[in-house]
Ligand binder design. Structure first.
Ligand code: NAD
Length: 260
């Protein structure tokens, strides 16, 4: 279904981004992976995807907190792949701390990576999409784009910001065949959440098992983690003709968390 399209998925060396990249590649899209990885790790991931799905795979190790590095990544994609048809803004990190102790450097990093990076990739990618009259932008937001939790000031602020950015880009692209939507997962058991379990245990003075049961899955009525395969499948749907009228939507995949 996506043969002839090029997808850039930021933060795709692990977790949700890798799940989305594989799902898009399975549909025939050429894929550019991004993230913090050694050359050997990046080569292994590229080979895994091109061997499994028979598509062209690229990689950018750009530090997405740096707008100049983002310009460099987008230049590489334009040169080697022609441009981006499907942009998935997914890279993100978390930090858990009461606001009075929240390190200013972590606030700045989370706003730069989880929010501003999506602004930069989008502003650079969208002229090509408008010219072609087709483009799909998917922002990995979070249940925290819709509701808050304590100790996550920067993350919740950035994710609410991503929801707003999604709506603006949806309006600007609407008459040009460009669609922009946000997926809001609940808890997905990825390296990001593994780290968060440890941090939350420390912040709340409870064990890691208690955090999983009483803090994370307590919020998720299904009592199951969302899977990266499910998010990949939903992303594929958002790139399909059946989703052509879905635009500016902030969509939950959280087992019912924000329905409460
Ligand atoms: P992850 O830790 O598995 O992956 C994060 C990715 O971002 C990696 O590829 C990493 O290399 C990359 N990255 C980190 N810092 C970077 C930087 N400075 N420059 C470039 N790349 C960088 O995390 P994940 O859980 O898969 O999260 C992916 C996205 O999903 C994030 O935006 C996160 O907020 C969101 N999300 C995660 C969950 C969850 O429960 N895991 C829930 C809702 C939303």
């Amino acid at each position: 279904m996506l043969k002839g399209k090029t997808a850039l998925v930021t933060g795709s060396t692990s977790g949700i981004g890798l799940g989305i990249a594989k799902a898009l590649a399975e549909q025939g899209a050429d894929v550019i992976l991004s993230g913090l990885a050694t050359d050997a790790e990046a080569d292994a991931l590229k080979a895994e995807i091109s061997d499994a799905y028979g598509v062209k795979a690229g990689f950018s190790g750009a530090n997405l907190t740096d707008p100049d590095a983002i310009e460099g990544m987008m230049g590489y994609v334009a040169r080697d792949f022609g441009g981006v048809d499907i942009l998935v803004n997914n890279a993100g990190v978390q930090h858990v701390s009461p606001i009075e102790d929240f390190p200013v450097s972590r606030w700045d990093l989370i706003i730069a990576l989880n929010l501003s990076a999506a602004f930069h990739t989008t502003r650079i990618a969208i002229p090509y999409m408008k010219e072609k009259g087709w483009g799909r932008i998917i922002n990995t937001a979070s249940a925290h784009a819709l509701v808050a939790s304590p100790f996550k000031s920067a993350y919740v602020a950035a994710k609410h910001g991503i929801a707003g950015l999604t709506k603006v880009v949806a309006l600007e692209g609407a008459e040009h065949g460009v669609r922009c939507n946000a997926i809001c997962p609940g808890y997905v058991y990825t390296p990001l959440v593994e780290g968060q379990v440890a941090d939350t245990a420390k912040a709340r003075g409870i064990s890691e098992e208690d955090v999983k049961r009483d803090v994370l899955l307590a919020a998720q009525p299904t009592k199951e983690f969302v899977t990266t395969d499910q998010i990949g499948a939903f992303s594929v749907f958002l790139c399909s003709p059946g989703a052509d009228s879905i635009n500016g939507a902030i969509m939950s995949m959280d087992g019912g968390w924000v329905a409460q």
